[in-house]
Design a protein around this ligand. Structure first.
Ligand code: PEP
Ligand code: CO
Length: 458
């Protein structure tokens, strides 16, 4: 590393998007307490994820990342977690089957609490209060008390993350996620559309064929369990620092951020010489970098040099979020830059954050625009000879009405019915599956074009 790094070296850099904690002693006490708690994830798991993402760089796998915009203390029930996990696995199975390649599954979960905001202040009916910044910082209720940043919330967030992670690990490995089960859930939606029915039928055929050959999914670890990783935006750096630990299994004792497997830097906090980039460069986790329209080519080169000086495959994922109308203008210049510099990156598409619009005073995202951004993302990579490697979604397993459109048509006038998000609008379970089916088709085309055999059943 060019300059010495420590888990606290970010503190001497300029920083944006930090809350104003009223009591510094209380904040320091909480951070000191968190530093004594057990890690949530292990360095070995983060290295494993890097290997999986290296396969994505090589065009041999695809990244599926998704979850809430912001997790909340109030919604911390088993049903929410299980329903999310279930639809996420259904999406992964559809994609695995259609693309015939491993899908690297990364949830925005078990730590996705801190939010960057476009304004520090929110004004309602002439009253101005600090903006809501995520449950790890303050409360969403529009009262002075609730909006005051409270460090104790970090302890709550840590405990909720630990419990959530424990539950998803149990779901992933305890039999719930077995291929046979996932297939049974598919039966719930086979009647929905002919295309969905057809894919479910083919997966069923594959399972019957395996069984006939003597392979019972229940008795094979690869089919009985699934690999699932966690991720969140590493925004609240005091919290992240407290959970940064030395990896004692390695001689050069690198540091690992133990709050989640993949940590990303938001579009608002990616200034090369600022605190968030400084923190991320020193931890061994796979790092995500949100890339919006304002990211200059030179800055991307600088950021890649800082965050991935050895150009390691799987270390850096570029999460592109331009908007359907801008992706065609900006993605080609960044792809060109990355090609010219010979950088190893995962190209992932976040079709949510550039497509937010306000309808009847509610923030929403039209499904068609989400799909349009995804299609252009794949088309640009096709034209430039690069590999579209991932998709990043804000989604839930519940039947919310937050994004408009989709196969089952959420209308603008329905938005208020089940608009539960504390932050950005999420795809509901059916919309998320709808996206998965469409991405699966694009993946199939991409794989065929790249000369890999996809056994055509049509
Ligand atoms: C997010 O992922 O919720 C987010 C705030 O994204 P971005 O930094 O891309 O705006
Ligand atoms: Co969001």
């Amino acid at each position: 590393m060019p300059q010495s790094w420590s888990p606290s070296s970010w503190r001497s850099r300029p920083i944006v998007q930090v809350p104003d904690f009223p009591d510094n002693d209380a904040l320091n006490a909480v951070e000191a307490q968190l530093a004594t708690y057990p890690p949530l994830v292990f360095a070995g798991e983060c290295r494993e994820l890097e290997r999986r993402l290296a396969a994505v760089v090589d065009g041999e796998a695809f990244l599926l990342q998704g979850g809430d915009c912001a997790e909340s203390f109030e919604e911390h029930g088993p049903n929410n977690i299980r329903d999310f996990f279930r639809v996420f696995l259904q999406m992964a199975v559809v994609m695995t089957h259609q693309a015939q390649m491993p899908i690297v599954k990364v949830g925005r979960i078990a730590g996705q609490f801190a939010k960057p905001r476009s304004s520090n202040i929110e004004t309602v009916d002439g009253v101005s209060l600090p903006s809501y910044r995520g449950d790890i910082i303050n409360g969403a209720d529009f009262t002075e008390r609730s909006r005051l940043p409270d460090p104790e919330r970090q302890i709550m967030a840590y405990r909720q993350s630990a419990a959530t992670l424990n539950f998803v690990r149990a779901l992933a490995t305890g039999g719930y996620a077995s291929l046979g089960n996932v297939h049974k859930w598919m039966l719930d939606f086979v009647e929905e559309t002919p295309q969905w029915r057809e894919v479910a039928r083919r997966i069923e055929d594959a399972i019957f064929f395996m069984r006939a050959c003597g392979i019972d999914p229940e008795h094979h670890p690869e089919l009985r369990a699934t690999e699932f990783f966690t991720s969140h935006e590493a925004l609240l750096l005091g919290f992240e620092q407290a959970l940064t630990r030395q990896d004692s299994t390695q001689n050069d004792t690198p540091y690992v951020g133990t709050s989640g497997h993949l940590l990303w830097i938001g579009d608002r906090t990616r200034q090369p010489d600022y605190a968030h980039v400084e923190f991320a460069r020193g931890i061994l986790n796979p790092i995500g970098l949100k890339c919006g329209p304002s990211l200059a080519n030179d800055d991307l080169v600088k950021l890649a040099a800082i965050l991935n000086p050895d150009n390691r495959k799987g270390r850096l994922t570029l999460i592109c979020r331009f908007g359907a109308d801008k992706v065609g203008d900006h993605l080609p210049r960044l792809v060109e830059t990355v090609k010219r510099e010979g950088l190893n990156v995962v190209w992932s598409c976040d079709p949510m954050h550039g497509n937010t619009v306000t309808v009847n005073t509610m923030k929403t995202r039209p499904f068609d625009r989400i799909i349009a951004e995804i299609e252009t993302f794949f088309a640009v990579h096709r034209d430039m000879g690069t590999y579209a490697g991932g998709i990043h979604l804000e989604m839930t397993g519940k039947n919310v009405t937050e994004c408009t459109g989709g196969l089952f048509e959420v209308k603008a006038e329905d938005l208020h019915e089940r608009y539960d998000t504390l932050c950005d609008p999420r795809l509901n379970a059916r919309q998320a599956l709808d996206v998965a089916f469409r991405v699966a088709e694009l993946l199939k085309l991409q794989r065929t074009r790249r000369g890999k055999t996809v056994m055509a059943a049509e």
